[in-house]
Design a binder for this molecule. Sequence first.
Ligand code: 3PG
Ligand code: MG
Length: 396
Amino acid sequence: MSGIKYFPPNLDVKGKKIIVRLDLNVPLKDKKIQDATRILQVLPFLEDLIKRKSKIILISHLGRPKGTRNSNLSLLPVYKYLKEKLNTNMYFYTGEINDEAKTKCSFLKESEVILIENIRFFKEETENDENFSKKLGELGEIYVNDAFSCSHRKQSSIYSITKFVKEIYAGPLLKKEITAIDTVIKNKKKPVTCIIGGSKVSTKIGVISNLVKIASNIIIVGAMANNFLVYKKYEIGKSLKEENSEDVVKKIFEEAEANKCKILIPEDCLVSKSFEGEAISKDIKSVEKDDIILDIGPKTIKIIEEIIDNSNTIMWNGPAGYFESKNFALGTNAIAQKISKNTKNRSLISVLGGGDTVSAINKSGLDLSFTHLSTAGGAFLEYLEGKDLPGLSVLK
Ligand code: 3PG
Ligand code: MG
């Protein structure tokens, strides 16, 4: 995307307070980081700012705490991790965004870093509240958005904050992501196949109705598929599903037909009675009321593998199952292996994105290669659609 103001690598930042919006929304389990990719990717920029003696104020969200403090979604584990990695004094600010925050930030010495606790603990963040954005903006003199993966959110620390800081830029990771995705968009070859999975249904389902225009095939997997299965009147038992998704799904099928795009949904699956249970393979017609669908089945894997072999561009976001358990990582791993093999052997253009997708790839332990692996999920899909993301529009 052209017109974005990127952080000038030679900008004089010595002694300047820089607010950096990052995506430190990493998967946690029992307050332990499951995959640190998103943190590791921003380290070089932070190290550079430290070396150049700026005063660094970090902002991020973690999960969706809906405006209340929730210790399970605290950034504390991320703070500890960063503190270990960065060779400097580092502080964790858990107070309100008010004069106290401003004072704390003004006490920073050169090369010191302060991380602000999960910004979504404040309901004003997701409301994109003006006053809150102003207070955030007053914490520093320069603002850098290095969270491409959050740039589809019209929220205070991404969007309205930019009105209240004089100097605003996009960070180097954001630049790297956009450059890579732009290259893929420019070079994409037909047939294009999109594989959409994961559980964040509400924010992705709208995207699919637009992707039908650029793709020959859309493969729906993961919890996303449950909405399509219900629409087709299949029993999904206790599986995760979005309320009132039927109308959107209907529209997707209609638009897919109008655009000659094939929509593929699972024909078989792996179910269990609980997330920790053993996997039972079932035809999609045989799911029972107390089953939870946790992965795609072998027949569906075979169909997807054939489509991948016959595609020239693959865009993939969202795991095919509950990959956190090895019993249900089979679909995700099979898709990853097939895409990787085609990328290596015949230069298939493959771009993958999403926090969980990246985490699943790392967890698989497989030696895989893709054209581009993005930290962004929802933002990546909306960008592919050709949308002007709110967080990027303000950086121009
Ligand atoms: C993500 O994980 O996709 C980003 O951190 C954005 O999170 P959100 O979908 O909760 O806004
Ligand atoms: Mg995510």
